[in-house]
Design a protein around this ligand. Structure first.
Ligand SMILES: Cc1ncc(COP(=O)(O)O)c(C=O)c1O
Length: 410
């Protein structure tokens, strides 16, 4: 009888953790700490105080963390949720989410009826779209539980109107508010329950652009009121706006990144927020590379001394950026440099100075090892991008393991 070849992990003195085997054979996993998420939400809430509503932004699969598990923790802690796509909102409704869900991306195609029937709150940026919602037939059945799900008044369907105050991406020109008010008058079953804008530069060193946007937004709110629009919810602030500009908080905020423990720039850095996601794998192979030896496609990295090069089973198909400069991972609590081109499924790191580095060792891509930490912000800096892109870019083939909530892996 043929003997089974030993896997490299069996050769390691470290046991493969049960959690890995339950989710994938390959040990590349993203761990999501739901308890940290809850603590971050509480910290953001404490920053803005009880009179400001919090809409937790969970678009893009909760910034790569997994929208449904994230919302299972977030829902009791926030006043509402915000997604980009109708499809994302429907996923949450299908999972039983009851809180109001704003659709920020505002792309409705021909699905206006379905949006209202699902109890999603559309963000609208022109009068024509308002009219399409106004004319959309809505089945009665959905109305029964509408109040609980939307937060709107019984008998009316809430919508939020977005005003462009300087980002020039999406939003009604403030000058178009009287026209919108006129159109809205023709559809009394729709209520303009919210008025919002989006800040383009709240994380930049100079506050000037944000202050100018806020001034324009205040004028737009006054103009809307002067034309009989009585929005209950006024909101402008993303994470940076909420943390840095008390004047941007109005009656609600829309934090995303801060909930996941990151902030968009050093200007708005918060030391109290905990990274929610960590990304780790294990060394799958080790090579002795002689001085002058080359590593990976194109052989662009050349060993300046005899080196120990570890291969990790993670690559750009998992969302690790292909173009990095000076990037590091953590092995045995030490920093090891990424060397050679990052491949689709693998990458190599120099563990020459990591004493005892062995096949099967944990390799931390984002997270802590010993006293060292790599944050999504670090990986973003090494690859010339932002932490948003790093988190959202972790691909679906990387299993998410949830910790910190009953029923999740301890
Ligand atoms: C309209 C809108 N509001 C709020 C947010 C949340 O922003 P942040 O993740 O910076 O808090 C975003 C994210 O891009 C957004 O597009």
């Amino acid at each position: 009888m043929a003997t089974r070849a030993k896997s490299p992990f069996e050769a390691s003195s470290l046991a493969v953790r049960e959690a890995d085997l339950r989710t994938s054979i390959r040990p590349t996993v993203a761990e999501v700490d739901l308890a940290a998420l809850g603590r971050n939400a509480a910290r953001i809430r404490a920053t803005v105080g009880p009179s400001v509503a919090v809409y937790g932004v969970v678009k893009a699969d909760a910034y790569g963390h997994g929208a449904v598990p994230v919302v299972s923790v977030l829902e009791p802690l926030v006043d509402g949720l915000a997604v980009s796509l109708v499809e994302e909102g429907l996923e949450l409704r299908d999972a039983g989410v009851q809180k109001p869900i704003l659709v920020l991306g505002a792309y409705y195609g021909h699905y206006h009826s379905e949006v209202l029937e699902a109890g999603l709150t559309p963000v609208i940026y022109d009068a024509g779209e308002f009219e399409r919602f106004g004319r959309a037939p809505v089945r009665r059945r959905a109305r029964r539980s509408k109040k609980a799900r939307t937060g709107g008044d019984e008998g009316q369907w809430p919508v939020h109107v977005k005003v462009d105050t300087g980002m020039n991406r999406l939003g009604l020109d403030p000058g178009a508010i009287p026209g919108l008010a006129e159109v809205a008058g023709g559809f009394p079953h729709l209520a303009i329950d919210g008025l919002c804008t989006h800040l383009a530069s709240a994380d930049l060193a100079s506050p000037d652009d944000t202050l100018a946007q806020l001034a324009r937004f205040r004028q737009a709110v006054s103009a809307a009121r002067a034309h009989g629009i009585r929005p209950r919810v006024i909101h402008a602030a993303n994470s940076a706006g909420a943390v840095r500009f008390p004047a941007a908080r109005f009656s609600a905020i829309r934090p995303g990144l801060a909930l996941y423990g990151s902030m968009p720039s050093a200007v708005v850095a918060r030391t109290d927020l905990e990274p929610v996601l960590s990304l780790r794998t294990r060394i799958m192979a080790l090579h002795r590379v002689a001085r002058g030896g080359r590593v990976s496609y194109g052989g662009r990295w050349r060993a300046a001394r005899e080196s120990a090069i570890a291969t990790l089973p993670i690559g750009y198909a998992d969302g690790y950026p292909r173009h990095v400069e000076g990037a590091e991972v953590l092995v045995r609590g030490k920093r090891a440099k990424v060397v050679g081109a990052v491949c689709m499924d693998m990458m190599m790191v120099d563990v020459t100075d990591v004493h005892g580095a062995a096949v099967g060792d944990d390799a931390v891509i984002i997270g802590c090892s010993g006293t060292e930490t790599i944050r999504a912000e670090d990986l973003a800096r090494w690859s010339g991008t932002i932490s948003y892109e790093i988190l959202c870019g972790i691909s679906k083939r990387v299993p998410r393991i949830y910790r910190g909530k009953p029923g999740s892996v301890p």
